[in-house]
Design a protein around this ligand. Structure first.
Ligand SMILES: *Cc1c(COP(=O)(O)O)cnc(C)c1O
Length: 374
């Protein structure tokens, strides 16, 4: 058998990510590959830094893109900051909070876990209490937008608690960046990571991060070496940072960074507030249509993520069969439920370029068709 070129069927991506990639971003990927130390490329990296500072709403000098997906951004924050034996209060209200715990434990640090029920936000009062009950806590880690459940937590309030207790905050903004309000400097976030493939309309595989001056100080005053060579920011910064001269650390994913650059230019041109509003508007359209179909939301209204809608599968409906029909007959992907929501809920994403009227219309029409014939 001769294997030939791969041409995927174009799909509409309305799951938990990757989400629809803008055609502008896809065409940026096809531009000529140049050397990763070419002055033109270095200048583009500088532009990515300032575009990311805008997206994150920060002046943090250490703002850059890790050459790997969101999970590597998570790991970058933990391996650079958390040292063996240190205490971290970590909030778990879904899959990604549990992964933070895993990161902390693998570093030989002490995770003080605060559990909240899936489908509910991080309980601010429990976090306050955990700081009272434990002395010398160095960090507070939590997920701003839990993609496994579709819940938004109050990052501003949580970071304020960290600050009052002289702890550094580590925030997962993989699904929140570009989709809902997020203000790194105003909220006093110390270390934050995101992903290219959720609300940025970009291809998967890149993780924007930003560290505050306090986080950089923690990094530079470490007693032990950063246990990961690839993710050690003191080395990576020689590549991404400084004025003019760059030293080789690894080969940047050149074309993927063109894509990220294009997606961030689009975000800048649209305006952050407008992007947040677009996600909200499309969410409201989707919500109105789903309610007409008798489909209810899992999460209480005030905590819902506009970009990730977790809804109850109607009684008697075959979860897998419906998702398969949507994919085969409508080229539409929606997400399955995770954990306790497996088989009980769908996750309908409206992230980045997927947050458009035509997507909402397609999804509602397809669901209406499929549920009638079920
Ligand atoms: C998707 C996601 C991640 C992981 O990102 P990858 O790019 O899949 O590695 C981490 N945290 C949250 C909240 C996510 O939604």
């Amino acid at each position: 058998m001769t294997i030939t070129s791969f041409y995927p069927t174009p799909r509409t991506l309305m799951g938990p990510g990757p989400s629809d990639v803008s055609p502008r971003v896809l065409s940026a990927l096809g531009r000529p590959t140049i050397g990763h130390l070419d002055p033109e490329f270095v200048q583009m990296m500088d532009e990515i830094k300032s575009l990311l500072q805008y997206a994150f709403q920060t002046k943090n000098e250490l703002t850059m893109a890790v050459s790997a997906p969101g999970s590597a951004g998570m790991e970058t924050c933990f391996v650079n900051l958390v040292e063996p034996g240190e205490k971290v209060i970590v909030c778990v209200n879904g899959v990604f909070g549990s992964r933070m715990v895993e990161n902390i434990q693998r570093l030989g640090a002490h995770a003080i876990v605060i559990n909240d029920e899936w489908g509910t936000p991080v309980d601010v009062n429990k976090v306050k209490q955990a700081f009272k009950d434990n002395s010398d806590v160095k960090f507070l880690a939590f997920v701003h937008a839990e993609t496994s459940t579709g819940v938004l937590s109050d990052a501003k309030a949580l970071c304020a608690i960290a600050q009052e207790n002289s702890a550094l905050s580590i925030v997962d903004a993989v699904t929140s960046l570009g989709g809902v309000e997020l203000k790194v400097d105003d909220w006093g976030i110390d270390a934050i990571y995101s992903g290219s493939q959720k609300c940025l309309s970009c291809v998967p595989g890149i993780s924007p991060i930003s560290f505050s001056a306090k986080a950089v100080e923690k990094l530079t005053s470490r007693k032990s070496k950063v246990p990961s060579w690839f993710l050690d920011l003191s080395l990576v910064m020689g590549y991404w940072g400084g004025t003019g001269k760059r030293s080789y650390h690894h080969t940047a994913p050149v074309n993927s960074l063109y894509a990220l650059h294009e997606s961030l230019v689009m975000l800048q041109d649209e305006g952050l507030e407008n992007a947040w509003q677009r996600h909200k508007n499309q969410h409201l359209k989707l919500k109105a249509g789903l309610e007409k179909l008798g489909i209810a939301f899992v999460v209480e209204e005030q905590y819902r993520l506009p970009q990730l809608n977790t809804v109850l599968i109607p009684q008697g409906v075959d979860d897998a069969a419906v998702r398969q029909t949507l994919l085969n007959e409508y080229n539409l992907e929606i997400g399955a439920g995770l954990g306790g929501f497996a088989g009980k809920a769908w996750r309908i994403g409206l992230m980045g370029y997927a947050a458009r009227t035509e997507n909402v219309t397609l999804c509602l029409a397809a669901l209406a068709d499929v549920l009638v014939t079920e």
